[in-house]
Design a protein around this ligand. Structure first.
Ligand code: CA
Length: 223
């Protein structure tokens, strides 16, 4: 199975197009046309959620926040017709992993979905990485600080895994955007800054080990 995708979209024309395209790619599309409908718990959690921010009932950002709590492991991609950058920033802060501004090309959306779901699939070669108080079981998708498990969003996890795999060395912004987000990223790298900042918060004092090299990238310091 290629993945279960929940589309939260009140525009039936967009939904019909997406339903057909996602089905053709082997995904299992599910649909909600309201925020309330999106928040009805699914017995099998979605792997990825495409969330339109302009919904008829509940504010899309609030729906995003609640979906993040409901499905901590799902990748959330917000779709916004509002070109206002503030919506994107608020959406990312509310737990989204990525965003697309409408109108978007279907090929672009499918490429993003592929990249996101590929990152999620377990890799048998990956193992446990430990630096100081922090340890990551990459295969099992678990992170511990001083034996206490942390809940990270999918992109925070991927970002931390990359920084840890290069602990003590700088990882450039370009490499992070390429490896964690998309192979063909042309958009803003604000997403990266938002995720670094939330990752630092979640890691607590260990977050101080992430050093910013302004305009260059980030380095996870070996304590
Ligand atoms: Ca809408």
């Amino acid at each position: 199975m290629a993945g279960r995708i929940l589309v939260v979209e009140d525009d039936t024309t967009i939904w019909r197009g997406l339903h057909q395209a996602l089905g053709a790619q082997g995904y299992e599309p599910d649909w909600a046309d309201t925020g309330a409908g999106a928040l009805v718990p699914r017995s099998i959690p979605p792997d990825l959620v495409l969330l339109d921010l302009g919904l008829p009932d509940i504010d899309g950002v609030e729906v995003c926040r609640r979906l993040r709590a409901l499905y901590p492991q799902a990748t959330i991609v917000i779709l916004t017709a509002r070109s206002d950058e503030i919506d994107v920033v608020i959406g990312l802060d509310a737990g989204a992993d990525d965003y697309l501004v409408k109108p978007f090309r279907l090929a672009e959306l499918l490429a993003r979905i592929r990249a996101h779901l590929r990152r999620r699939s377990p890799d048998a070669d990956l193992e446990t990485v430990s630096v100081g108080a922090l340890s990551m079981d990459v295969g099992a998708h678990r992170v511990f600080v001083d034996e206490e498990e942390l809940e990270l969003r999918p992109k925070e996890f991927d970002l931390l895994a990359l920084l840890l795999s290069e602990a003590g060395r700088v990882v450039t912004r370009e490499r992070i955007m390429h490896e964690v987000w998309d192979e063909h990223w042309f958009g803003s790298t604000k997403t990266l800054d938002m995720h670094i900042s939330s990752l630092r918060k979640r890691l607590g004092p260990t977050g101080d080990l992430i050093t910013t090299l302004r305009g260059i990238g980030y380095r996870f310091e070996k304590p």
